[in-house]
Design a binder for this molecule. Structure first.
Ligand code: HEM
Length: 410
């Protein structure tokens, strides 16, 4: 089987079909399938086939989006979905029946969703917003650019050409998850998740048609279930580890609720239940198994990092959030190895100040110490972080998530 026809077989065959096609076509590659030993008994489903998620995509959404893109229906669908905004809002009339049926199923919360936990998670998000926004936005963003598959997908997809808009769309999503009404009827999280699931399915169809993406890709189809899990761990798992490292007080119920909101979010994004960790312990183990092996340097990651940090320094408050401070905060959040892979410049002054000043600021915020014990430089960081969060929260108000119809233009 030639490379192109194998790619085609993978794309048209759906997840398990794709697995079969690959194994039949190239027995040597079947060896690569052994790399997953996280048991589905540790998942929210409690059981499962245990198939390596690197070879599973989105069985329902992928063929649907492929056919909608091929038939030219997506621009009209985007128009119709533009004002579909609230969790309780009926879908607009005029959508193709196949899409309407899919979305009406995809928007249902799973049977295991727990309203009380979602409410507590929303309160926790409010109380710990500063840490969560910093970790999920700047930290998660900088981890994402150090994930070669993600950096290359983002760079070579349509949105890669306009990172300002991309950041705004991602902020919209982050804002939806962190809102008090995230999963209430008047919230927007279900909508943003389902739209994002459609976007990812479209990307799985579009990117394999990009020669630039193909050039460097080791995978035939982007955004596998493993890739989804990797990114998922750069969000709640990474943030929880950071908050623990900073000694942020978190009750067991809060930790469980925060995990829960991300379990539900992962499910609505199309992650199979058999891969969604049931407990923090299971999440940490899964993260340790898959995160490091999916990280590395890429040209695309370096370019995206530079654009993102440049924008942040420029668009927050010039003078207050200078590029050296942004560089240093990013390095502090993700550590030297990933920062070096991302090509983040070392900053002699701030690289020494932030690792000492930030934990002190956290202590002050949590009432462990009083203001006189906080060094002067820490207030500059405090102000910068506040500016950043304001920027992050307002960015998302400028845009909406839409299904791409093309890759990055030349
Ligand atoms: C689009 C979130 C995983 C690649 C989006 C969007 C959101 C999002 C909110 C819509 C914004 C936009 O269209 O620009 C997430 C979350 C993930 C995840 C929460 C996991 C928990 C991934 C992974 C990859 C990826 C693993 C690649 C390996 C992309 C690409 C787009 C996209 C290429 C489309 C950009 C475009 O329209 O050009 N994602 N994502 N995402 N995501 Fe993800």
């Amino acid at each position: 089987m030639t490379d192109i026809s194998r790619r085609k077989a993978l794309i048209t065959g759906g997840a398990l079909g794709a697995l079969g096609a690959l194994v039949a076509a190239a027995p040597a590659q079947a060896k690569a399938l052994v790399g997953w030993n996280w048991s589905p008994t540790r998942s929210i489903a409690g059981s499962g086939a245990g198939v390596d998620p690197a070879w599973v995509w989105d069985k329902q959404a992928d063929p649907l989006l492929a056919s909608l893109l091929d038939s030219g229906a997506v621009p009209k669908i985007n128009e119709l979905l533009w004002n579909w905004e609230r969790n309780d809002q009926p879908l607009p009339a005029g959508l193709p029946a196949s899409l309407r049926d899919f979305m009406n199923t995809a928007r249902q919360l799973p049977a295991w969703a727990d309203r009380d936990k979602l409410e507590l998670a929303a309160e926790f998000n409010k109380a710990r917003g500063i840490y969560l926004n910093l970790c999920n936005g700047l930290g998660g963003g900088m981890l994402a650019t150090a994930i070669p598959k993600e950096a290359r997908s983002v760079y070579h997809s349509a949105g890669g050409a306009d990172m300002e808009d991309r950041v705004a769309k991602t902020s919209l999503f982050g804002f939806a998850v962190g809102s008090l009404n995230a999963y209430r009827p008047d919230g927007t999280c279900v909508v943003e998740c389902v739209k994002t699931r459609l976007v990812h399915a479209a990307v799985r169809h579009l990117l394999p048609q990009s020669p630039d993406w193909q050039d460097g890709a080791r995978e035939n189809i982007p955004i596998s279930q493993e890739d989804m899990l990797v990114t998922w761990h750069t969000l709640p798992t990474y943030a929880m580890r950071k908050m623990r490292e900073w000694d942020v007080p978190i009750t067991d119920d809060e930790a469980e609720a925060h995990l829960h909101v991300w379990q539900v979010t992962g499910y609505l994004l199309g992650i199979n239940e058999e891969y969604i960790p049931a407990t923090w312990e299971a999440a940490y183990d899964q993260s340790d198994q898959i995160l490091a092996r999916n990280m590395g340097p890429t040209e695309e990651g370096v370019k995206l990092t530079d654009i993102l940090l440049g924008q942040l320094a420029e668009q927050t408050s010039p003078g207050s959030v200078s590029r050296p401070l942004v560089n240093s905060m990013a390095r502090y959040l993700i550590g030297d190895q990933y920062a070096d892979w991302n090509g983040i410049k070392r900053e002699p002054l701030w690289d020494r100040v932030i690792p000492r000043a930030w934990p002190t600021l956290v202590k002050f915020r949590e009432g462990v110490i009083t203001a006189p014990f906080v060094p002067e430089a820490a207030w500059v960081i405090d102000e910068a972080v506040r500016q950043y969060i304001l920027f992050y929260l307002t960015k998302g108000q400028e845009t909406k998530i839409v299904i791409p119809t093309m890759n990055r233009p030349k």
